[in-house]
Write a protein that binds this ligand. Structure first.
Ligand SMILES: [Zn+2]
Length: 437
């Protein structure tokens, strides 16, 4: 361990009590995506206390502060602000939101990293800029709330990161460091998993099945039953599933948001929300067309009309093997803190999705996931088991990773940036997303 690494560990350890208290506070006050006003306020206040100038209310709630030492690359340390709807969680708020995906700890990780990296001696060892960036709305919102949320604060895109990309907030950033509670190795004997598995992308889809109301008993012949049409579409979708290829990891999971109007009326409008997920953009687009055909064909059979509205989802995340720079940071924690470190197993596909895919499409990502919690993500069982591993160790790891990226003339950051091959330029990305709307 060198002098700077030791200093990073000590600074964060010296503030562990304060960080743990803030972690508990955030955990107990989860907020909906694009509405994380209190969480964002607490993050901004913390950064201001460190003497940093902050920019706030970025895409409603995003918070940014930057430190610079020299000319090197500009890296962002990303933390997600949002909780998710999980009313049965023991720490759910009155509105039913909980941190059942552990995003609160990402905020602690960037704030803890800010504590260490703003220290004059540590900062002096960096060559470049570091932005501490709290970002809104990673969780895809239910279609019913999405429409309302997208109208607030001029939000246009579904995910916090894509909205921030649209607004130019990533224009001057060369590389992002991200973290998350363990995903692929939950329940295994590992505290820190380096790299990121590939994850699926998706589009959101809402089908408004329009029929015609009539008395359900006296005059069903005068009606057009939208529920029957939607149900027939479900059967068609079930039959189409045999065309989904294993390698594409297709998931289509609809639910009925509205099933009709009243018990004695032929349903005249049924609303079906769904996500159409797959491992590649091509497979997402192909599957989307098949799903559309199911609803259009069923509508035709019953005499109803299927109005299909697609919503931009998230891009697939490419597999990011553990970069050597992550190992350099993790080795410190392995030796000094006894942390159990592994790399992500290669060739695995996470069938869930994240808007990290949108960022990864335009810039290199250095990612790690951390343990310390038990229970499935997004479930009422998600809870902190080891407060150090869950809440403080990610801050150590964030700060150490930033240091290793930017030390020695930022040679590792420069190597990763020059090796990176973007899926899209920002303009191409925005054009593609517009097409999805
Ligand atoms: Zn998450």
């Amino acid at each position: 361990m060198d002098k700077i690494e030791a200093r990073i560990l000590k600074i964060i350890d010296d503030h562990a009590e304060e960080l743990q208290a803030l972690a508990q506070d955030l955990f107990d006050h989860a907020e909906q995506g694009f509405h994380e006003y209190e969480t964002a306020g607490k993050a901004a206040a913390f950064l201001k206390r460190l003497g940093l100038q902050t920019r706030e209310k970025l895409a409603a709630t995003g918070v940014k502060a930057t430190i610079t030492n020299g000319e090197g690359p500009h890296i962002a340390l990303i933390g997600e602000l949002d909780g998710l709807s999980c009313p049965s969680h023991p720490h759910a708020t009155e509105k039913g939101f909980a941190h059942a995906c552990g995003h609160y700890a990402q905020i602690i990780s960037i704030l803890g990293a800010a504590l260490a990296l703003t220290d004059p001696e540590v900062k002096e060892a960096l060559n470049g800029s570091v932005t501490f960036f709290a970002v809104p709305a990673e969780e895809f919102l239910d279609a019913s709330v999405r429409a309302e949320v997208l109208e607030t604060e001029g939000i246009k895109y579904s995910g916090g990161k894509s909205e921030l990309i649209r607004r130019g907030e990533f224009d001057d950033i060369d590389l992002s460091v991200t973290d998350h509670s363990l995903m692929v190795a939950r329940g295994e004997a590992v505290d820190l998993l380096l790299g990121d598995s590939a994850a699926s992308g998706f589009i959101g889809k809402t089908v408004y099945m329009h029929g015609k109301a009539a008395h359900a008993a006296a005059a069903p012949h005068e009606g057009v039953n939208a529920l029957n049409a939607a149900s027939l579409a479900m059967s068609a979708l079930g039959m189409v599933r045999e065309t989904f290829r294993e390698k594409d990891y297709v998931r289509v999971h609809p639910y009925f948001r509205k099933g009709g109007e009243a018990i004695n009326i032929v349903p005249s409008e049924v609303v079906v929300d769904m996500m159409v997920r797959a491992a590649s953009l091509k497979a997402i687009e192909e599957t989307s067309r098949k799903v559309d055909n199911c609803f259009k064909g069923a509508a035709m059979a019953i005499g109803a009309e299927a109005e299909i509205v697609d919503a931009q989802g998230y891009m697939p995340v490419p597999e990011c093997p553990a970069d050597e720079v992550l190992w350099r940071a993790a080795d410190v924690l392995k030796e000094e803190k006894g942390i159990r470190v592994k790399e992500i197993p290669l060739g695995q596909q996470n069938a869930a999705s994240t808007d990290l895919g949108d960022l990864a499409a335009i810039m290199p990502i250095v990612n790690f996931t951390f343990g310390g919690t038990t229970g499935a993500l997004h479930s009422r069982d998600f809870k902190v088991e080891s407060p150090y591993i869950a809440n403080i160790m990610p801050a150590h790891m964030m700060a150490l990773t930033a240091y290793h990226l930017l030390k020695d003339g930022a040679k590792d950051a420069k190597r990763i940036i020059s090796d990176y091959k973007p899926e899209f330029t920002k303009e191409e990305y925005l054009t593609y997303v517009e097409k999805m709307h």
